[in-house]
Design a protein around this ligand. Structure first.
Ligand SMILES: [Zn+2]
Ligand SMILES: [Zn+2]
Ligand SMILES: [Zn+2]
Length: 187
């Protein structure tokens, strides 16, 4: 009789004890223990024994990002993104010497190339600046020459005028002289 009662109880539908934390699991009471072994909302110690406790569903993220037992390869800056426990890192270092060397060389070459590009850009800018300065000076020179030419033109015109005035006066003087000559002839 009790067996039937027990089976009845075990068949009761229940929610996960962690439903307040967000677990949506629902099933018969008899499945509860099995579920709790995998329930993501159970707090468990870090699997790498760092001493922290996290929700089971967050374990992967913990290990990947914050667990102090996991660190990055020392060639991270050269482009090796391996992460692992101390033991895994030791193995990694032993196995990846060649890869690390080539990564280091690549990163060195990249650095030199970048530096070179920067210097080249600087030189380009310098050359452009000199060109601009030169063009400016040329323009100034042009302006000066233009001004001198204008002055000269003005000068020439003034001289022209003067010469014409002189010629006019000369003509008048000649006329007068002719008049005087004619008078003398008459006399
Ligand atoms: Zn659960
Ligand atoms: Zn940890
Ligand atoms: Zn590495």
């Amino acid at each position: 009789p009790d067996v039937g009662k027990k089976r009845e109880i075990l068949s009761l539908k229940i929610r996960c004890p962690n439903f307040v934390d967000g677990c949506t699991w629902q099933n018969e009471l008899r499945e509860k223990e099995v579920h709790l072994k995998t329930c993501g909302f159970v707090t468990v110690p870090c699997e790498l024994d760092c001493g922290e406790f996290v929700l089971r569903k967050n374990i992967t993220n913990h290990v990947d990002t914050v667990c102090p037992m996991v660190s990055s390869c020392e060639y991270k800056d050269s482009g090796c993104y391996f992460k692992g426990t101390k033991l895994q890192l030791d193995n990694h270092m032993a196995q990846s010497a060649n890869m690390h060397l080539s990564l280091e060389m690549k990163s060195e070459i990249f650095k030199i190339k970048k530096e070179f590009d920067q210097k080249l850009t600087a030189k380009d800018l310098e050359a452009q600046e000199m060109k601009n300065k030169f063009a400016e000076q040329l323009k100034m020179r042009d302006n000066e020459i233009g001004k001198v030419r204008l002055d000269l033109d003005g000068d020439l015109k003034a001289k022209d005028k003067m010469i014409r005035a002189l010629a006019e006066r000369l003509k008048i003087a000649e006329e007068k002289l002719k008049g005087v000559d004619a008078m003398e002839i008459k006399v």
